[in-house]
Design a protein around this ligand. Structure first.
Ligand SMILES: [Zn+2]
Length: 185
């Protein structure tokens, strides 16, 4: 994964990537858990935000960011993905000031993003219940977010960068792999 990857530049590409990561078998409703393809419709047309789905079971609408730290943010999703990638892959850590310059957002916004992402990374995954929620499948090769004792992974190794997200409803964090080829260190 390179810094000029479309998912870091384009909001739609970022959303499509996140959808593929979070919903490998198609969208499922974060409100009621419905995952039936024939009971979820994509809302098309200019009146709707791209990536908006309608659940025919509970009649709620949702996007891929519902239940994640990216939820209800006005910051473009590609910037969130880039910030997460930078924070997770930078060996020496990254300051809000660096983020501010690299993302082209204000320092205040960069600080907020870094704070949110770090909070999500800090969550104790083990004590917070199964990743992804009970019975949910999360495809991941390695986990090394947050914990101080987490081993460093060599730059040569293909590494997965995990997008941490805290569910705003169950409070249980889930992480999804970005499957990033490290190229920043
Ligand atoms: Zn639903």
């Amino acid at each position: 994964m390179k810094l000029d990857s479309p998912i870091f530049i384009d909001a739609d590409a970022a959303r499509i990537h996140l959808e593929a990561q979070r919903w490998p078998h198609g969208p499922n409703c974060p409100h009621c858990g419905n995952a039936r393809a024939d009971r979820i419709t994509a809302m098309k047309g200019k009146a709707h935000r791209p990536g908006l789905y309608n659940c025919m079971e509970c009649r709620e609408q949702f996007t891929v960011t519902v239940g994640t730290v990216f939820e209800r943010s006005k910051i473009a999703l590609n910037k969130w993905l880039l910030a997460t990638f930078l924070l997770a892959s930078s060996k020496k850590g990254m300051s809000a000031h660096q983020l501010h310059r690299m993302l082209g957002v204000t320092y205040k916004t960069a600080w907020f993003m870094a704070h949110r992402i770090r909070e999500a990374m800090k969550e104790d995954v083990k004590s917070a219940g199964p990743i992804g929620g009970a019975g949910k499948t999360v495809e991941a090769d390695e986990t090394y977010i947050g914990k101080r004792e987490t081993p460093r992974v060599s730059a040569q190794r293909k590494k997965n960068c995990f997008l941490p997200s805290i569910s705003t409803r169950s409070r249980s964090p889930w992480v999804i792999a970005l499957s990033l080829e490290s190229s920043t260190s």
